[in-house]
Design a protein around this ligand. Structure first.
Ligand code: NDP
Ligand SMILES: O=C/C=C/c1ccc(O)c(O)c1
Ligand code: ZN
Ligand code: ZN
Length: 361
């Protein structure tokens, strides 16, 4: 199909969680008709982010079911609405965590639409008409063109998927907090999906990168395969003490409650601890840990559409790729379990179009 909105709602088959057990199974639902500004997408690949576990398992107490997760979506355009100018049928495109915003508030007007108070999440949310949003572990999505990006020519679609959340999530704060200049000394706490993109992007920006990990297990991989310059096991008190005051920033990707002080101690003057993990319990620190060094703790939430485009272009230009394990949808529950027990190097990507979505592996 090409330009011109189809007159009918179409059926999509996704894999949905039905309750906080978080087990995904086939689920059919209707997509809205392709509106004038809409892009109808056949999903090719979708990355699995730890947020998908938080949401499917209701870690934040705000989950709605049935829920089709997935927000690192790469697909092929099947049809575009009459007003769509950026895309045409056959384009390979990406969609991330956000699929709607008000377009009128300060964040929206300043290309920070991910901070719009009326933003619409790609799943576990509702459109203004009350229809639930559903994510990328599905045969298809219909998305407003504003929230769709082009995948650069020559970039493998499965490689691109993790850039749409993990990649932009580290690119955005490095840029916004003026931490993109070469020569900086950065730390990445937690070497998972977001963390490994942190190492790769920071290295491509010319930083000296230290991985801070919960054990020694990933030392070899971090240094030999990902190109980290140094590695600290957070359990090694002597090594942590020796590194005190040496870093300009730490990107903290830990998805569970943890102390902040060991990582604040690694920062030098004006250092920034950028908290990325979604943690439903209060984190704490002693105020002198910030004051004695003029340090700050900041948060950051994915990135804007513009920043997603920049991340893709930056990765293409610098030859940055994600390190992924591609799986079929029939394996998605095992993949979620393995992700939860820290057993993936470093992102699962589901081959959605190559899977039998009706249930077989
Ligand atoms: N702010 C935002 O916009 C975004 C937030 N997120 C959030 O960031 C977090 C990380 O996501 P993602 O990278 O996909 O997750 P992963 O599970 O892929 O990686 C997290 C890493 O943190 C470490 N870790 C895991 N559990 C613990 C623990 N209990 N204590 C200490 N360290 C731990 C592990 O690294 P190691 O083995 O090195 O210790 C692990 O590989 C999640 O909470 C996710 O929801 C994700 C994307 C965007
Ligand atoms: O994967 C991206 C999502 C990040 C996220 C940040 C904050 C929050 O409350 C979430 O539910 C998810
Ligand atoms: Zn994510
Ligand atoms: Zn807005």
């Amino acid at each position: 199909m090409a330009r011109g909105a189809s007159e009918t709602e179409r059926t999509a088959v996704g894999w949905a969680a039905r309750d906080a057990g978080g087990h995904l199974s086939p689920f059919s639902y209707t997509l809205r008709k392709t509106g004038p500004e809409d892009v109808a997408i056949k999903v090719l690949y979708c990355g699995i982010c730890h947020t998908d576990i938080h949401q499917a398992k209701n870690h934040l107490g705000m989950s709605r079911y049935p829920m089709v997760p997935g927000h690192e979506v790469v697909g092929e355009v099947e049809e575009v609405g009459a007003e769509v100018t950026k895309f045409r049928a056959g384009d390979v495109v990406g969609v991330g965590l956000i699929v709607g915003c008000c377009r009128e508030c300060h964040p929206c007007k300043s290309s920070n639409e991910q901070y719009c108070p009326k933003k619409i999440w790609s799943y576990n949310d509702v459109y203004p008409d009350g229809k639930p949003t559903q994510g990328g572990f599905s045969s298809a999505m219909v998305v407003d063109q504003k929230f769709v990006v082009k995948i650069p020519a020559g970039m493998a679609p499965e490689q691109a998927a993790p850039l749409l959340c993990a990649g932009v999530t580290v690119y955005s704060p490095l840029k916004r907090f003026n931490l993109a200049a070469p020569g900086l000394r950065g730390g990445v706490l937690g070497l998972g999906g977001v963390g490994h993109m942190g190492v790769k992007l920071a290295k491509a920006m010319g930083h000296h990168v230290t991985v801070i990990s919960s054990s020694d297990k990933k030392r070899g991989e971090a240094v030999d395969h990902l190109g980290a310059d140094a590695f600290l096991a957070s359990s090694d008190g002597a090594a942590m003490a020796a590194a005190a005051g040496t870093l300009d920033y730490v990107i903290d990707t830990v998805p569970a409650h943890h102390p902040l002080e060991p990582y604040l101690a690694l920062l030098g003057l004006d250092g920034k601890l950028i908290v990325m993990g979604v943690i439903g319990q209060p984190l704490s620190f002693l105020s002198p840990m910030l004051m004695l060094g003029r340090k700050s703790i900041a948060g950051s939430f994915v990135g804007s559409v513009e920043e997603a485009e920049e991340t893709l272009a930056f990765c293409k230009d610098k030859g940055v790729t994600s390190q992924i394990e591609v799986v079929k949808m029939g394996y998605v529950n095992e993949a979620l379990e393995r992700l939860e027990r820290n057993d993936v190097r470093y992102r699962f990507v589901v081959d959605v179009a190559g899977s039998n979505l009706d249930g077989a592996a």
